[in-house]
Design a protein around this ligand. Structure first.
Ligand code: G3P
Ligand code: MG
Length: 244
């Protein structure tokens, strides 16, 4: 098994629900709670700029409407991605992936980049996000961990930047997942935490891959995952779990 350079504890979307998800304010708050690794969701604007947003559409987490991937970055960068959460964060912008990269590399923080393509843009998103990640982390000791639920995105990331580590995200153990992860050269599997058992951990570890979980917000679940020997826990509860 290769050494694992990533943290056991990973702050989901920056700081879970304590700050507007996928913003720099969230990452800063997660860091304030002691987190040194973050998960974020990255997709493309219509003019090919990678930026952070979970949903395909804008209305839940910004003051915009419609499909985010249909807008160019100049429009997206002027949206308010903080007011929906609370007045404290009013005016917080959507961050470009590049800004998040600068924040992480400038502070020695690690990143799990979930490639979250707008439907229909799976390969293009995987390829471009990987190319930007390779450029932005050039010369850094630890590359970002690229993950996706979409094998097409990981395939394109592998074709573009094969040296960047990849992990397959699973919300179910669909037929063929293990072979797909192997074929994609994945270094890890990131599962819905309920899917980990002695059997699934042994299968994944037996292939030299690491076992990570999302989104773990209860102490009983975290204890179970640690006892199973899994390697990484993505949590919203940065206020409950201390990574130290
Ligand atoms: O990357 C782990 C987790 O973020 C996957 O689910 O929907 O929160 O992006 P989601
Ligand atoms: Mg995610």
């Amino acid at each position: 098994m290769n050494p694992w350079p990533y943290s056991r504890w990973v702050a989901h979307r920056g700081a879970g629900k304590l700050a507007p998800e996928n913003t720099l304010a969230a990452l800063r708050l997660g860091a304030h709670y002691g987190y040194r690794m973050f998960e974020c969701d990255v997709k493309l604007s219509s003019d090919g700029v990678p930026f952070l947003l979970h949903d395909a559409t804008l209305q839940r987490t910004t003051n915009g409407h419609g499909t985010a991937g249909d807008k160019d970055w100049s429009e997206l960068s002027r949206l308010d991605a903080g007011s929906w959460h609370s007045r404290t964060f009013a005016g917080e912008p959507l961050p470009a992936f590049e800004q998040v990269a600068r924040f992480c590399t400038g502070n020695g923080f690690l990143l799990n980049v979930e490639i979250k393509p707008t439907p229909g843009h799976e390969a293009e998103t995987g390829s471009l996000v990987a190319q930007h990640a390779a450029r932005l982390w050039h010369g850094q000791a630890v590359a970002p961990l690229l993950s996706s639920f979409r094998p097409e995105s990981l395939q394109a990331a592998m074709a573009a930047e094969p040296q960047l580590p990849r992990a397959l995200l699973l919300d179910t153990l669909w037929d063929g997942w293990f072979g797909v992860a192997r074929a994609l050269g994945c270094v890890g599997i990131v599962c819905n935490h309920a899917l980990w058992s002695e059997e699934t951990v042994a299968t994944v570890k037996g292939a030299g891959m690491r076992c990570l979980s999302y989104t773990v917000n209860d102490e009983w679940a975290a204890s179970r995952l640690i006892a199973l020997g899994t390697d990484g826990i993505i949590t919203d509860r940065v206020d409950l779990f201390s990574p130290a």
